[in-house]
Unconditional design. Structure first.
Length: 606
């Protein structure tokens, strides 16, 4: 197998099922007895078991191969549920053996699946030594093919004099070499993957690129339509804010146009179809109108969303994908940004990747910690944590309550004071000052538990009834897109007491601060604490990270790196040395074949 194939564990969060657990599968016609131990161990859920049973039955697979084929299909379903696009059978035979399941050897097993009736019909695909469900194989091939076709187009025709003038204005040759070179390459390409760590100037580069493109369009006396978007509402709002801030570098009309650019969620850009979670209004038959599409936080974009975006964008429109390839991947299946960066690095001569490496935002301490995490150097990570620097604090304890209470209570009381005074802007600004980030959603190290704990501390301090859902100073996190209200997953806000004594929710969105009656906000959670995944696309002045015990399979290098890089001025890590070492040693990897396709100048196989 190629080293670029990610190798996930069979079930990183598996827990044994109790005798009456609804996830226990009692019987499925035609499935082997070996499924029982895997289901009882929490490694195969009912969806994987029943899909495998139904497909094998419909295909009429021969009895001598039925068990091996069914197990491979079940594992392919499970892989998608865990974020992979496919399953590498060679990586899990040892783990299966621990549960008393003995499939054929990896090569024989792969051969059995490749020769199956399911593979012959196209319901299951075998390629690169990987087993795919057909839908995800087609998506992966489509994404690689669309990117390859975009790269094969003749380069845009540009006015070199106008380009040089624009670069000199925004990125002087002294001090801005990386950004200048990145814009120069992006102007000459239909597709650009702009990657780099936090604070390396990705948004500054995007703003400079847009300014240059506007000047080039003006020189040709043609309009230029631009779309800014991101996977979540909060990330979209932050992108718009950053571009508007950087617009001051441009004079006259260009500044005005950049300052007025809105930002959309990716769902809004593509056009939501009610009742359809996998298709959008814009596709190959109804392309997006924009000449330039910028997607920020691309690490959060899954394979399905990337496929739909590439279908919808015009071949002669510029696509700029921006993000940090070392962050956590999307919640959905795939690791698209990571695959693009690493796939093109493995040999493609048509690489659209432009990497920024010089850090501008962070101080030396946070930047050093992030760099040590990126390369996986546990000793350097611990040294950075224990250096006693102003920007980085390490609280070594396995009992976090005493360390967390002062900081969390101080932050909550500051937000509450502004909210009680009716000061919306002050409450939102106070909310930005501190954030508690957890690896888990539930349990004693989870965001849900600590949200309740902070509310309990608030009750002790203020007399607030902890059973009350809505209260002045309640921090809000939108958890699901609400198209009727035009609010989107990831947007944050606060509950503020109005002059009339009424509580209202105030959300910071890509369209500015918006106000809602609390009864209308049904898809929101309390946000005294949030998970690392939910924190992506946002930042806070000070971040406190609560590490779970070292045995937590959610504790990975990418998770810790993502949490650390949410901080603008200070990081406080609460945990143990063993937890830090476990995080650095364990990588969150996903099985995909996209990087191999791109490395072969891909997209044509399958």
């Amino acid at each position: 197998m190629s080293e670029s194939v990610s190798r996930p564990a069979l079930a990183p969060d598996a827990e044994p099922l109790g005798p009456w657990d609804r996830r226990r599968v009692l019987s499925v016609d035609g499935l082997p007895g070996g499924f029982g131990p895997l289901n009882e161990a929490g490694m195969l859920d009912p969806a994987a078991v029943h899909v495998a049973g139904r497909l094998v039955a419909l295909a009429g697979e021969p009895p001598e191969h039925r068990d091996a084929i069914a197990l491979a299909v079940a594992l392919a379903v499970r892989a998608v549920e865990q974020g992979s696009v496919c399953v590498d059978l060679s990586t899990i035979t040892g783990e299966l053996a621990e549960w008393g399941v003995s499939p054929p050897g990896p090569e024989d097993w792969l051969g059995v699946v490749a020769g199956s009736r399911l593979a012959e019909s196209g319901a299951v695909r075998v390629e690169h030594g990987l087993v795919y469900l057909d839908r995800y194989h087609r998506l992966e091939v489509q994404v690689a093919r669309d990117l390859t076709e975009r790269a094969a187009r003749p380069a845009p025709v540009i006015d070199e004099a106008v380009l040089a003038s624009g670069l000199d204005r925004v990125f002087p040759r002294q001090g801005y070499a990386e950004q200048r070179a990145a814009v120069d390459r992006a102007v000459r390409s239909w597709t650009t993957v702009l990657t780099g760590g936090p604070g390396t100037g990705k948004t500054t580069t995007v703003a400079g690129l847009l300014g240059v493109l506007l000047e080039l369009a003006d020189a040709e006396r043609r309009p230029l339509s631009i779309a800014l978007c991101a996977p979540t509402g909060k990330a979209a709002a932050r992108l718009a804010e950053s571009v508007h801030h950087e617009a001051g570098r441009w004079p006259g009309a260009a500044q005005e146009r950049l300052s007025g650019l809105p930002a959309l969620t990716l769902h809004r850009l593509l056009g939501v179809l009610p009742g359809n979670a996998t298709r959008y209004r814009h596709d190959r038959a109804n392309r997006l109108k924009y000449d330039v599409v910028v997607v920020d936080e691309t690490s959060m974009v899954d394979l399905l969303q990337m496929g739909r975006l590439l279908e919808a964008i015009r071949p002669d429109a510029r696509l700029v994908l921006v993000g940090d390839a070392d962050q956590l991947s999307s919640v959905g299946a795939g690791a698209v940004l990571s695959d693009l960066v690493r796939g093109y690095a493995s040999g493609s001569s048509a690489s659209p990747v432009v990497a920024l490496s010089t850090t501008h935002r962070f101080g030396a301490e946070i930047g050093g910690l992030a760099a040590a995490l990126r390369i996986g150097d546990a000793e350097a990570v611990l040294a950075a944590l224990r250096a006693g620097a102003d920007e980085v604090e390490f609280v070594e304890t396995d009992d976090p309550a005493a360390a967390l209470r002062p900081t969390l209570l101080r932050s909550a009381l500051a937000v509450r004071a502004h909210a009680l005074a009716g000061d919306v802007d002050g409450a939102l600004a106070a909310l930005h000052e501190h954030r508690l980030i957890c690896a888990h959603r539930d349990g004693p190290h989870g965001a849900g538990w600590w949200n309740r704990q902070v509310e309990s501390w608030l009750a002790e301090e203020t007399g607030h009834d902890p059973r009350t859902q809505w209260y002045a100073g309640r921090p809000l996190l939108v958890t699901r897109n609400d198209y009727a209200l035009n609010i989107y997953n990831g947007e944050v806000g606060v509950c503020v007491l109005g002059a009339d004594g009424t509580l209202r929710g105030h959300l910071g969105t890509a369209d500015g601060v918006r106000h809602f009656a609390t009864a209308r906000l049904t898809e929101v959670d309390t946000m005294h604490a949030l998970t690392v995944h939910k924190s992506q696309g946002s930042q806070a002045a000070e971040v406190t990270i609560l590490l779970p015990p070292e045995e937590s399979r959610l504790l990975t290098r990418e998770l810790l790196y993502t949490a650390v890089t949410r901080a603008e001025r200070k990081v406080r890590l609460i945990g143990t040395e063993a937890g830090v070492r476990a995080a650095v040693a364990r990588q969150a990897v996903r099985a995909t074949g996209l990087r191999q396709r791109l490395g072969r100048e891909g997209g044509q196989s399958g």
